[in-house]
Design a protein around this ligand. Structure first.
Ligand code: ZN
Length: 356
């Protein structure tokens, strides 16, 4: 008798079995966002033995992440490592068989299509609807299932989008509504962001775990098992609902009805965005990614305040209007400005000191 493999308990499951395990091994997943949802998703997908996992995240690890972002530790926060890189290092130590591909970048119209090429499922670890709409556009355009998830305070939401096939019938049969059939415009958060009301780690972990369950059903091609309902719950109020949305697919939907991919085509995207939970603003170079010489820039910035450089980022504390702003600059010229949620202030600092 041979030794049980690491997937023994998973292969014992009737819907998986050795064949399902082999199928997982051949599959590829794209995860966008590696925070509260994304770290749990990445952890479970890696342990489950997916073939390839592409992780896209634009941010660096901070102390306030550690309450809920399970792949990170204090050393990652102290080093200010990019989340995608820090996560990849942990995941490779967990399961060397999985090809983990960290991408430290903003998931944006310019890189969305190449990053999604050949993947079997799109996983939502984001915290904003702008990026979710982009994932939704990709899902419908490429006919790849998309597992949406969100968590704030003690509430969670998730749904799986099974889009129409580009031609003929999709293997999952009848398409489901897409995210924009249900939310045509960015939903008002009514002041309910993780910035203002926080988020309970067990709630984001619950949503992420349920997303992974749906992703595994998708990767196994067990379409009958995929949950086509819009699920939401409040773990503190002990309430929840699962709404049948099967008849909510709309011919008027900009995305799946009219097949107009507004987010993917770039028109609906801004160059400057406030980041959830951070009192921070991201500034992107207007002409697209550029390459920055950290050493040279560090020299000129040291006159204004402390500067530190590693292989991925340059961090500087810069004075502005009597306050001190912390700027994290990435090699592609993207910057995160902390200490303000005002896009104009962030842009002004980047233009004055960095020339973005
Ligand atoms: Zn739609």
């Amino acid at each position: 008798m041979t030794e049980p493999t690491r997937y023994h308990r998973q292969q014992l499951l009737a819907p998986v079995g050795p064949e399902g395990q082999a199928k997982l091994r051949r599959s590829r997943a794209l995860l966008v966002g590696c925070g509260a949802l994304g770290t749990v998703i990445a952890d479970l997908m890696t342990r489950a033995g997916v073939g390839e996992l592409v992780i896209v995240d634009r941010d660096v690890v901070e102390l306030t992440n550690l309450q809920r972002q399970v792949l990170f530790d204090e050393a990652d926060a102290e080093a200010g490592l990019p989340k995608a890189e820090a996560a990849a290092a942990k995941l490779r130590a967990i399961n060397r068989d999985v090809r983990v591909r960290p991408v430290v970048a903003d998931f944006a119209p310019a890189n969305a299509l190449p990053l999604a090429a050949g993947v079997d499922v799109l996983l939502d670890g984001t915290d904003n609807f702008e990026t979710r709409y982009l994932l939704n556009d990709l899902s419908v355009k490429l006919a790849v299932p998309y597992v949406y998830g969100g968590a704030v305070a003690t509430s969670g939401t998730l749904m799986t989008v099974l889009p129409a096939a580009a031609d003929g019938e999709a293997p999952w049969g009848e398409p489901s509504p897409c995210l924009r059939c249900l939310f045509p415009e960015v939903p008002s958060q009514r002041g309910m962001t993780c910035d203002t009301v926080g988020v309970l780690a067990s709630v984001s972990a619950t949503v992420a775990a349920a997303q992974v369950t749906e992703a595994i059903k998708v990767l196994l091609g067990d379409w009958q098992a995929v949950d086509r309902r819009l699920r939401s719950f409040d773990a503190w109020a002990n309430s929840g609902q699962a709404v049948d949305v099967s008849r909510s697919r709309s011919n008027d939907c900009a995305c799946c009805g009219r097949r107009s991919f507004e987010c993917l085509d770039g028109g609906a995207f801004s160059q400057t965005v406030s980041l959830c939970g951070r009192n921070a603003v991201q500034v992107k170079p207007t002409g697209g990614p550029v390459s920055v010489d950290f050493e040279q820039l560090a020299e000129s910035l040291r006159a204004h305040g402390p500067v530190s450089v590693n292989a991925y980022t340059l961090k500087a504390v810069l004075p502005h209007a009597g306050a001190e702003l912390r700027v994290t600059l990435f090699v592609d010229g993207r910057a995160i400005v902390q200490g303000t949620d005002d896009p104009a202030t962030a842009r002004a600092v980047c233009s004055k000191f960095i020339g973005l």
